[in-house]
Structures are given as C-alpha cells and as structure tokens.
Design a protein around this ligand. Structure first.
Ligand code: FES
Ligand SMILES: [Fe+2]
Length: 336
C-alpha cells in the first residue's frame, strides 16, 4: 500500500455520524477501520457501535436488525444483544445462556458529533475530545451546517498536515501571500496553532473584506489525526470549520465537514456574508481534497523556504498516533 505512511490506522477519536441524524431506534450499517459495524441508538438514547456480525450464525445486524428497548435484535433468529455487546436473551431458548459477546467500539457524543475511539492495540480511550465551543453556543452562533462529503481516497493525516503548510494557501486557496506562523504548540495528542493572514490582500474590497484588507488569523486545533478545526477570525466575523476524516479502509476515509459562523446582526438565519462564508469554506476544503486524493505520501520531502521547521515538527508529532512506531514521539517533542 504505497500511499499510507504506516501500517495501522492512527489511534484516536473519529467522527462516525451526527447526533441529530441518529434517533432512538435507528440502526445503520457502517464501515470504518476496515470493519463492518452496526451503529444504533437504543430507546433510552444510548449510542452503540458494535461489530456488525451476530455471534450466533453471523447475520449482519445493520441489515434488518431492530432496536428493542436497550438491545438490538438480530434479524436472523432474534437473539438480543445489549448496547455493550453482551448477549441479553435467546428468545426461543429463554433459560439458556452462551458465553459470547460482540466487540464494541467506545463512543461519545460531543458538540453534535458521534465519535468512536480506535486503537490498533485495543487500548481504552486515554484522552477525550473537548468539542468546539461555538458548536454548542447557538445563542452566539448559527446552528451547525452538516456537510456530508462522503468517502474519498484520503488518509486522515492529510487534512491535519495542512497545519504547517503555509505556502499552499497561495496555490490551492487563492491567497495573495503565504500564512505567517504566530503560534505552534503541541500538547501530547493536541496541536494548537495560529497563522496570520491578510484577508483581501492587495484588493480594495472583497465580499469578505468590504472595507479593504484585514489582518486576520486562522487558529487551528487538531486532536489526533481524526479531528481538526480551523477558526477563521476576521475581526469579529468568526467561522469554525471542523474536518473529520475517519478511515474506512487503508486508502479511503469518510469525510465530514461541520461549519458554523457567529451570528451576524440583523440575520436570524445565515443569509448575507455568513451564508457566503459557509459555501466558500465548503468549496475551499474541496480544493484541498482534490490534492489529497491524488497525492502520494512523501516521507522525506525536499523542503524549501523555511517550511521544514513546522513540517518536521508536525511529522514527529503525528508519529505518536501510529502504534507501529516506537512510542517516543512525545519525549522527542519535549526535548526539541
Ligand atoms: S444469526 Fe443472529 S440470531 Fe442467529
Ligand atoms: Fe488547505
């Protein structure tokens, strides 16, 4: 597999859906991490993500499985499995128990997203995703826009690797000049940066900068390689765009974009500049996708123009998520 830098999926939290799109009783067949899975919500509201195959005779629970109370009922012979993957009942042999269970992936619901934990060693989650504050604050921000991009030939590292790439803005996003690094801070699985930008560089007026160029910022945050947010700050016009890339197989990921803009005076719904910004950002990220899905991973690039400084730091930071790498990435970063 030439395009994948390592042999396993990176450890971390990944988006597998949106809370608002999985109601109590909903059952969905899904595929992530090279595994067939079933995602469902029990009647009380608990989300569960289980290996898809019933331990009795292997029916796929995502095709015809039904939520019964806190369990999922297999479509083949009606065995009932709990949200935790335990065998609750064999309906035609009520007194009998079998020592079998179905593997469960840990899930969370944070800021409107459903997340699943993946670790190739099977370790329990050792960090949590704090969410994007703006996604929860509908008083000051419009409700989140859900952009289902779908499955693309992209690996999760590619979107996050935009973080140290200050020059690509000129070619991929039409910026008049490269970004200017203002902050680079690693804290274990968390990477926080700020990049300075002149919006509307060299132009008298644009729809984004009607009063002429504005010195603004892109604040980026990444939690592992599955979730990364960009906060575009143009004075008090603030857009958050979360990119979630969840491996489906070795070469493909399911991509979700979640966007919100802060409420603009006189616009109960995003209509004017806010609506335009949402569409603009959807379009901008698709320009990146076109690069990433056709890109080959280069392990030792011939860097130029000072780009190696943060690229090298990024590559060291990213190694901690691949458990086939020696687990020393954090130690190296601390010493650097
Ligand atoms: S295969 Fe699921 S109950 Fe038989
Ligand atoms: Fe980009």
């Amino acid at each position: 597999m030439k395009d994948w830098p390592y042999s396993v999926f990176p450890t971390g939290w990944y988006q597998v859906g949106y809370s608002s799109e999985l109601q109590p009783g909903d059952v969905r067949p899904v595929k992530y991490f090279d595994q067939d899975l079933v995602l469902f919500r029990t009647e009380s509201g608990e989300v569960s993500l289980l290996d898809a195959y019933c331990r009795h005779l292997g029916a796929h629970l995502g095709y015809g499985g039904k939520v019964k109370g806190e369990c999922i009922e297999c479509p083949f012979h009606g065995w009932l499995w709990t949200a935790g993957g335990g065998l609750s009942e064999i309906p035609y042999a009520p007194g009998e128990q079998r020592r079998v269970s179905i593997d469960r992936l840990q899930t969370r619901e944070v800021a409107g997203l459903i997340l699943a934990w993946y670790d190739s060693f099977g370790r329990e989650p050792f960090w949590e995703w704090p969410g994007i504050p703006e996604f929860l604050d509908e008083e000051n921000n419009y409700p989140i826009t859900l952009d289902h991009v779908g499955v693309r030939k992209i690996i999760p590292q590619s979107p996050v690797e935009n973080t140290p790439d200050y020059y690509h803005f000129m070619w991929v996003h039409g910026a008049g000049q490269p970004g200017k690094p203002l902050l680079w801070k690693e804290d274990q699985h968390y990477l926080h940066t700020r990049v300075g930008f002149v919006y509307g560089h060299g132009k008298k007026a644009t729809w984004m900068t009607p009063n002429g160029p504005v010195f603004g910022e892109i604040e980026t945050e990444a939690w592992g390689l599955g979730l990364s947010n960009a906060r575009f700050v143009l004075e008090n016009f603030i857009t958050n765009q979360l990119t979630a890339a969840t491996p489906v197989d070795r070469e493909h990921s399911q991509l979700f974009e979640t966007i919100t803009v802060n409420r603009q005076p006189g616009e109960p719904e995003p209509t004017g500049r806010a609506a335009r910004m949402i569409e603009f950002q959807k379009g901008q990220i698709r320009r990146d996708f076109a690069i990433w899905e056709n890109q080959r991973y280069v392990e030792h690039p011939p860097f130029a123009g000072g780009e190696e400084e943060h690229y090298a730091r990024f590559r060291r930071w990213s190694k901690q998520f691949y458990s086939d790498q020696p687990y020393t990435a954090n130690a190296q970063i601390a010493a650097a």
